[in-house]
Design a protein around this ligand. Sequence first.
Ligand SMILES: Nc1ncnc2c1ncn2[C@@H]1O[C@H](COP(=O)(O)OP(=O)(O)OP(=O)(O)O)[C@@H](O)[C@H]1O
Ligand SMILES: [Mg+2]
Length: 509
Amino acid sequence: MVARVSTVAFQGIEGVPVDVQVMIGPGKINVHIVGLPDKAVAESRERVQAALHASGLAMPSKKVTINLAPADLPKEGSHFDLPIALGLMAALGAIPADALTDYVVLGELNLDGTLAAVAGALPAAIGANALGKGLICPADSGAEAAWAGAEMDIIAPRSLIALANHFRGTQVISRPLPAIRTAAGNLPDLIDIKGQESAKRALEVAAAGGHNLLMVGPPGSGKSMLAARLPSILPPLGAAELLEVSMIHSIAGQLSGGKLSDRRPYRAPHHSATMAALIGGGLRAKPGEASLAHHGVLFLDEFPEFSPQVLDALRQPLESGECVIARANHRISYPASMQLVAAMNPCRCGMAGEPGHACARGPRCAADYQSRISGPLMDRIDIRIDVPAVSAMDLIRPVPAEASAVIAKRVAAARERQRERFERAGMGATVTNARCATALIETMAEPDPGGLQLLRDAAEKLKFSARGYHRVLKVARTLADLDAKDRVSRIHLAEAISYRMAGERLVTA
Ligand SMILES: Nc1ncnc2c1ncn2[C@@H]1O[C@H](COP(=O)(O)OP(=O)(O)OP(=O)(O)O)[C@@H](O)[C@H]1O
Ligand SMILES: [Mg+2]
């Protein structure tokens, strides 16, 4: 007799249905797992045998064959333990054979028969719900899986024995409840930053429209400090965004305690990051930092210190909003619609352009350092600002600064205006000006006659690329949104162009 249990194999954030087939038949006593298992799946044989033994079940003295169908799809991860164990239990008659037909099963087994949390419970639950099935997963993954649907049947036992008792009707396992992580502690606040008014304004604009931002300045001027305070002015994730972000974090095994958080992701990888760490890939093609920052912020401090190849690999995700990892035998894509925030010194010694300072190597110092960032990557950055050293006056007797909560309100209002506008245009999925389709931004950010004249002159003199032209329009649209204006005017365009020019100066420096 063949017992069957449904489970999933993950490709990106999609779960591909996998059928675990268990057959106990005559032959030499042995347990075989076939169907392209990786090392973790092959080892599951040992865990399953030990867990069954601990649960009071003896392995049959017969030949056991376990097939993971489709046979040509590679199976990776430890979540196949539970479906294999349940298939064996069904084949042995320890649980009713038809009890499992309406469930997708995933989970890892400990040797004592208890279940351990696995990555990917949320996407598996969403996939199962779409098929009209329930889910069986470890208790520690239950809170995360419960987000897939209020009506969905989810069984999240602590151990194999508890599950077997549940099926026999001697113990009832109640449905897990969806859990949300409450914000732990306060985020760093912009009120701590003295002076730097124009940098704070740029940060607000970047937050309001989701624009990419580059800060250039001497050491100790507060660039890293400013970036760390960006999350405090970003609006919380919407319901749809929350699920999307959590699916990626679930696949990466980074949802602590199975709890979701509505705080926008903020990822700040060190500059020694490899291509696989940033874009995704490696042995199991896991999501990289760019995807983990989906709908949030990817902060690259000491921008030119990253390897140039790694930085250039960001060009495609920055444009398309997804990271595509192509391998010889499969192709996976993870969403990566993030906002890039970068900080750098203008040159190796860090002081180029500061009044009264002369670089030892002259203009070459700045040119060499900045040439580590390619032109096309720079072209994707909408807002580029100088962050000069804070003046002694600002440090000793600062003017009172605005708190993050006040700025966050303005940002939220500007985002609300964007959302309404995109909804009217039938583009519900787009939420920020930075992510707006180019064809649409030309009509949405159509400038008034004065603005048009300014834009025409600037585009001619500064030789904007087509992308640069559209990005100026997007930033101007955000500035008008912050101003609560329906029409983009000259003053908005002037500010948007000034943000772009700071970068042109940088390139020609
Ligand atoms: N505008 C500011 N207001 C208050 N404190 C500041 C400000 N700028 C810098 N500081 C102080 O200087 C320290 C260093 O700032 P920060 O790390 O942000 O500098 P940075 O611009 O990132 O420098 P680097 O280029 O070397 O990375 C902060 O921890 C803070 O104590
Ligand atoms: Mg810094």
